[in-house]
Structure formats: structure tokens, C-alpha cells
Design a binder for this molecule. Structure first.
Ligand code: PLP
Length: 416
């Protein structure tokens, strides 16, 4: 990795103990111990998260917010306690700034529909970057179709960094909203979101940060990031699928229209008029994913018991180690060499299709992802169809990086 900056080393993690917390890791795949390097797609779950969900269903399940009986109160308490944990995890000033969603995708769609759409008209501009995940592209395209707004895309350089000067020059009086990824799932680039948010705010625009990949990998403080909205997914953060969070500034949430209508999000309903509930309930129509939220709270507890700074330092060590070892494979080219990078190495092997690489690695028990990683414009930018992507989690080890490199060596043997 060219010029990757060294981070302050944190206390070394007790990886063997951590690995024992993740039951799924203790298995063979194709007669080899599993090496799981597909964490950017979805990470594995510690026993404490699995137990929290199981215990909720075995002892406390009932619908939330509506019952006077004990189980409903227990479920409500656990659901709201999870919200508080997420607020603390993100550095939010109030639980009201935490809305549970299905994930990052739904959080971005919610902001597009409820916040941005009423504020834009023909010729107004939404600014994103070339390195966005499809979930931070398509909602804006749909919005532009509905409103006549224009989608602008800031370019990236050959190292996979945003060309900031060009991006800043694109921010002007027509710019109404800037939506940018914090940590690219396809390249590993960490973007200077604070600087981007400041530039957007100076022009009167609002900002969303897609934190799907950063939330599991680095300390998040929404105030320090300077954004108006921040989105994350539970399943990439050691929590269940189907749950995520949209953080937003309370005063913006207050003035936004609801995203969906239904139960929970109302105070009163007559056929003549419905009065909406306060935030965050206004954005949580219908029965929520109670178990998912509780699992997300348990995942936050787990991450905090280890320490997010220690996790960041550990993954950074793996990233640097892999950056040293991967070039040992002939014809391997890393896609994305940003100075600020975390969690992910995307690469191609000359003359070998990524899917073939993935299949051979799976035979060796090594799980990586191949394809466009829901970031096809990134692939187009680099003139490739797909990459192989190894992405790290807090339980990965240098020995697993060695297994990856050995597996890639086999790929080279087979394909020559
Ligand atoms: N944004 C980024 C950077 C991602 O990596 C992903 C998932 O890979 C998403 C958004 C979408 O997340 P989800 O599918 O959990 O909604």
C-alpha cells in the first residue's frame, strides 16, 4: 500500500480468546480450517449477540411500546436500551437521534425521500463520488428522476482517493445535498468526510455519511465528523442482518416528513387527520426488528468490551501485513492504494478471472469475495470487471493472511 500512514499501536488483542467467542469460526470448509475474509460483505456474530437474541425470544418477546403487560415492557426496555447503546457508540447527544432501519440502504433511502426530496427542484444538485456503493447511488438517481434534480459525481484518482479540489469545485449554490462514503467497501479508502462536510455546509448543503464499513472499524463520533446524517448496518458490525441505524440531527428529524405510514409512527388517527408520533418513532412504522435491535445493542457491548481503538489498530496491522505479502504473487495488482485506508484489499490477478480465484480459495477453506462489490462505477473507473476482495474483521490473524497468500500461490500454480 503506497504511503499508508502508521497508527498508534493499541494493546494487542487476545485473538485466541476473541476467536473462541465466534462459534462459526470453529469449523472446516473443504477439509481446511475456515479463514473468513469476507467481513466487508457481512461479519460473523459473537456468542453474546447470538445469546442475546435467543434469550430475548426465550424469555422476553412481545410487541414493543403498546402493551402494559410485563413481557411487552421488558421487550420495550430492551429495544430502547439498544437505541441508547447505539447513541453512545456513535457519540450522539440524544437517543432521539437514532432511528432503527433495515440497514444502510434503507437509511439512505429514508433521507432521500423524507429530507432531500421536499427540498430539491429542477436543476438542483446532489453530489456523490465515484466510489459509492450502489445503495448511495441508486436512491439519488431515483430522486433525480422524481424531482428533476441533477446527480453530480466527484472523480477519484488512480490510488482510489477522491480528487478533493475537483469535488470542492463542484460544490456550489445549486448543491443541495452531499452523500459520501466514509470507508469504501471496494477500495478501502477512508475519506476526509469532515473537510467535505465543512465545504458542503459552507455552501448551504446538507451531508450524509455512509458509515457501513467505517462503523465496525474505527471510532465514530458524529459530532466530530460534522455530518447531518450517518448510516450504518448491523450485520457488518457483528450484529444481525435486517437491522441498521440512521443517525440524524434532532432538529432535522423533527422537520422531516415520515418515510412510511402505519402503526407506531402515529399519535392519533382519524379518517380526517393523522397526527404523527415524535422522533424516532415517526420513522419506525410497523413492528420493528426488535430482536435485531437487541442483537445490535449486544454487538455494541461486545465491541466496547474489546475497544474500537484496539480493533482499528489490529485491522490496520493486518492490512499492512497483507499489503507486504500480496505482491509476492506474480501478476497481482492491488486496486486502491489510498494513503488513508482500512479493512479491505481489492486486487486482480493478471489473466485470471476473480471468480476462478474465489473458487480455488474456497477449496482451500479461504472465504473472500469476488465481483463488483456493488460498486460498478469503481470497476469502470479502473477499467476492470471485478476484483478479488479480502476484508478483515477483529478476529482475523496474520496466519490467516498467510493462508490467503498460500491459496493465491495455488491459483498461480494452476493457471500458470
Ligand atoms: N454502503 C457501503 C459502503 C457498503 O459496503 C454496503 C454494503 O456492502 C452498503 C452501503 C449497503 O449496506 P446494506 O446492504 O447493509 O444496506
Amino acid at each position: 500500500m503506497s504511503g499508508a500512514t502508521a497508527r498508534t499501536p493499541a494493546h494487542a488483542l487476545d485473538i485466541e480468546r476473541i476467536r473462541a467467542d465466534f462459534p462459526i469460526l470453529n469449523q472446516d470448509i473443504n477439509s481446511h480450517p475456515l479463514v473468513f475474509l469476507d467481513n466487508a460483505a457481512s461479519s460473523q456474530k459473537p456468542r453474546s449477540v447470538i445469546d442475546a437474541i435467543s434469550s430475548y425470544y426465550q424469555r422476553d418477546h412481545a410487541n414493543v411500546h403498546r402493551g402494559v403487560h410485563t413481557l411487552s415492557q421488558r421487550a420495550t426496555d430492551a429495544y430502547e436500551a439498544a437505541r441508547s447503546k447505539l447513541a453512545g457508540f456513535l457519540g450522539a447527544t440524544s437517543d432521539k437521534e437514532v432511528v432503527f432501519t433495515r440497514g444502510t440502504t434503507e437509511a439512505i433511502n429514508l433521507v432521500a425521500y423524507s429530507f432531500v426530496e421536499p427540498r430539491v427542484g429542477k436543476g438542483d444538485e446532489i453530489l456523490i463520488t465515484t466510489m459509492e456503493h450502489h445503495s448511495n447511488i441508486v436512491p439519488w438517481q431515483l430522486l433525480c428522476e422524481r424531482t428533476g434534480a441533477v446527480l453530480k459525481v466527484a472523480p477519484i484518482n488512480d490510488d482510489g482517493e477522491i480528487k478533493l479540489d475537483e469535488m470542492f469545485a463542484m460544490i456550489g449554490p445549486r448543491t443541495k445535498f452531499v452523500s459520501v462514503v466514509h470507508l469504501s467497501n471496494a477500495l478501502g479508502t477512508i475519506n476526509p468526510v469532515r473537510r467535505i462536510a465543512d465545504a458542503a455546509h459552507a455552501a448551504g448543503a446538507f451531508v450524509l455519511v455512509d458509515g457501513a464499513q467505517s462503523a465496525p472499524r474505527m471510532r465514530i463520533n458524529v459530532a466530530a465528523l460534522g455530518a447531518d446524517f450517518f448510516a450504518l448496518s448491523g450485520h457488518k458490525t457483528y450484529a444481525p442482518t435486517g437491522i441498521g441505524v440512521l443517525w440524524g440531527k434532532a432538529e432535522l428529524f423533527d422537520e422531516m416528513r415520515p418515510y412510511q405510514g402505519g402503526g407506531e409512527m402515529i399519535l392519533s388517527v382519524t379518517f380526517e387527520k393523522t397526527v404523527f408520533n415524535e422522533v424516532p418513532a415517526k420513522f419506525e412504522a410497523g413492528t420493528p426488528h426488535i430482536a435485531g435491535a437487541i442483537g445490535f445493542g449486544a454487538a455494541v457491548d461486545y465491541i466496547e468490551s474489546i475497544g474500537i481503538d484496539a480493533i482499528e489498530a489490529h485491522e490496520h496491522d493486518l492490512l499492512l501485513y497483507a499489503a507486504d505479502r500480496l505482491p509476492e504473487i506474480a501478476g497481482l495488482r492491488i486496486i486502491g492504494c489510498a494513503r488513508e485506508k482500512a479493512g479491505v484489499h481489492s486486487f486482480v490477478l493478471d489473466g485470471i478471472h476473480p471468480h476462478d480465484v474465489g473458487t480455488i480459495l474456497d477449496n482451500e477453506g479461504v472465504a473472500i469475495r469476488t465481483g463488483h462489490h456493488c460498486a460498478q462505477p469503481v470497476m469502470q473507473r479502473f477499467g476492470i470487471a471485478a476484483t478479488v476482495r479480502a476484508s478483515f474483521g477483529l478476529y482475523n490473524t496474520r496466519a490467516e493472511v498467510d493462508r490467503l497468500v498460500a491459496g493465491l500461490g495455488k491459483v498461480r500454480e494452476i493457471f500458470g
